[in-house]
Design a protein around this ligand. Structure first.
Ligand code: NAP
Length: 248
């Protein structure tokens, strides 16, 4: 039976790498994204050209009604959901905590924490045997920032990822007896355009000498960990994390 996966923030970067790999593994792929229609439609076309099945749904995960619409569209267009990758995430321009205002902090938390909670809620309502579902798996895309703290750059972002890790641990225990596994990955310095949103597009190059492996990572290297955690190969793994960070 074909499995259905929803990847939030799947239009670009790490989410897009997850979408490509999931399609190659035979999933029917639903890609959520916020606003970049062109990236999402190019990705759907590329997956289709490679023989896979994908569709893209525009929805802001920070908005509860949009999350409900996103999952309703997945229900209608793809059928029962088997896997969720909570990947949508944002950061803001690098600054110290003593320069941050509340609006910025709330914007980060709304997408990275509230959005992940809402998507997890909708997934559990569909997957849990308690609700008549057939089980499933969730992977939350956290960050090594949750552990390292991102001093002088974006402590708000780092704190949001620590909250996501706590969601992973708590939700994993809550639904372990209901057929759902919940795990996380903590990527390190990965080559995507996200760093430009922090005001430093060359950040990976600047910091790669601090990585024990001496280089930044590729989105595909994160995707392999995500897809493994979702697979039956990880059948006894829940509430766990894989660091995908070259040792940093
Ligand atoms: P990216 O290239 O900036 O892509 C972010 C994706 O998230 C885009 O598809 C974007 O949609 C989507 N998105 C952002 N806000 C959203 C919202 N409110 N609702 C729905 N979708 C939203 O980022 P990335 O580097 O691939 O990062 C992906 C995840 O990995 C994030 O959670 C990030 O924190 C985490 N991570 C990244 C790194 C790294 O070094 N890159 C390291 C550790 C962790 P649009 O395409 O429509 O804009």
């Amino acid at each position: 039976m074909t499995q259905t996966i929803l990847i939030t923030g799947g239009g670009r970067g790490i989410g897009a790498a997850c979408a490509h790999l999931a399609a190659r593994q035979g999933y029917q792929v639903c890609i959520g994204y916020r606003s970049d229609d062109e990236a999402a439609s190019n990705l759907v076309r590329a997956i289709g050209d490679a023989g896979g099945t994908a569709l893209a749904i525009r929805a802001d995960v920070a908005d509860e009604q949009e999350v409900e619409r996103l999952f309703a569209e997945v229900d209608a267009r793809c059928g029962p959901l088997d896997a969720l990758v909570n990947n949508a995430g944002v950061l803001a321009r690098q600054m110290r905590v003593d320069e941050m205002d509340a609006a910025r902090i709330r914007r980060i938390l709304d997408t990275n924490v509230v959005g992940a909670f809402l998507c997890a809620r909708e997934a559990v309502r569909r997957m849990s045997t308690r609700h008549g579902g057939r089980g499933g798996a969730i992977v939350n895309v956290s960050s090594r920032a949750a552990v390292l703290g991102s001093a002088g750059e974006y402590v708000d972002y780092a704190a949001s990822k620590a909250a996501l890790d706590t969601l992973t641990i708590g939700l994993a225990k809550e639904v372990a007896g209901e057929g759902i596994r919940v795990n996380g990955v903590r990527p390190g310095l990965i080559h995507t355009t996200m760093h430009a949103d922090g005001g430093e597009s060359g950040r990976v190059a600047r910091l790669q000498s601090s990585v024990p492996m001496g280089r930044g990572g590729e989105p595909e290297e994160v995707a392999r960990a995500v897809l493994w955690l979702l697979s039956d190969q990880a059948s006894y793994t829940t509430g766990s994390f894989i660091e995908v960070s070259g040792g940093r």
